[in-house]
Design a protein around this ligand. Structure first.
Ligand code: PAF
Length: 286
């Protein structure tokens, strides 16, 4: 695996490897969830007759609010590079800030508010604008044939899909399943912030999603009441939830409850000082 730090070097390496890469963008501090996305990209590349797999590592300042953890976000490039190499990645793009943002990035994307200003976007204003701006820039640098994004960041996947479709970008966007610890906790770089006691409590978030999903599958259709019950149960356990929301999978709009509708339940909640997100797709309503 080669590590490239500039867009020019990257483009040269991609061309030398045959072009049309499969791409996994990340912010580093990689865990099994990221590596599963790289494996998915590798499989796709091999199924299409070869072609390189590119991963990027860049902690994108534009998607962090001033009070968030941009400065303390774990940066573990050496270890990440070793993991990527062992997982079948061909090229690692690891630009520094001056390479990706040589001047203040005043030209930014403003994604569809109906999709991007709700849920995460309501609690992290500007977050998806920052994500879209860097993802578009990374797509322009890497020029991938396809890109794999984790379903763990479900709303991000939907926003990126909408961006790709509305801007007619020549990239196929694939979703990768969420990797979980044995106790159900969704893997996340931010799990490393949890104390031992918080780590023991953390699987309660995924459990809350499973319970809500089971109630809907059993026929409950008063979605607001279900959400309120889940929020109250989390608060009772000491969490500070931002939202628990049942939404339609494809556009994250409020569900109608019609047969055949495919829903997802999404949540973000703070445990101590750590904010965790998770979600669960439900089978189509009967
Ligand atoms: O999901 C992430 O790690 C980031 O939001 C992404 C897509 C790499 C953009 O910075």
């Amino acid at each position: 695996m080669k590590t490239l730090h500039t867009i020019a070097e990257l483009r040269e390496a991609v061309a030398a490897a045959g072009g049309a890469p499969a791409f996994v963008p990340t912010m580093g501090n990689l865990h099994e969830g990221h590596l599963a996305l790289v494996r998915q990209a590798r499989q796709q590349a091999d199924a299409a007759g070869g072609g390189p797999v590119v991963a990027s590592i860049f902690v994108n300042r534009l998607q962090f609010a001033p009070h968030e953890d941009f400065d303390s976000y774990p940066r573990t490039l050496q270890r990440d590079a070793e993991l990527l190499q062992a997982t079948g990645c061909d090229l690692l793009f690891a630009p520094n800030e001056a390479e990706l943002y040589p001047e203040p990035q005043t030209f930014r994307l403003h994604p569809d508010p109906a999709l991007a200003d709700v849920l995460e976007g309501a609690f992290r204003p500007g977050f998806f604008g920052g994500v879209c701006t860097v993802v578009l820039k990374l797509f322009n640098a890497v020029q991938p044939r396809l890109a794999v994004f984790g379903k763990k960041d479900y709303q991000q996947l939907m926003v990126v899909r909408r961006m790709v479709s509305q801007l007619a970008l020549p990239v196929q966007v694939l979703g990768g399943e969420t990797a979980r610890a044995d106790d159900g906790l969704a893997l996340s770089s931010r799990n490393g912030y949890l104390s031992a006691a918080e780590r023991a409590e953390a699987p309660a978030l995924a459990r809350a999603l499973r319970e809500l999903a089971a109630q809907v599958q059993a026929g409950a259709r008063d979605f607001k009441a279900q959400e309120a019950r889940a929020l109250a149960a989390l608060r009772e356990r000491g969490w500070a939830p931002d939202y628990v929301a049942l939404r339609r999978q494809h556009d994250l709009a409020e569900p109608l409850g019609a047969p055949g509708e495919a829903l997802v339940v999404l949540t973000a909640a703070r445990l101590g000082r750590t904010r965790l997100i998770d979600n669960l797709e439900l089978p189509p309503l009967r």
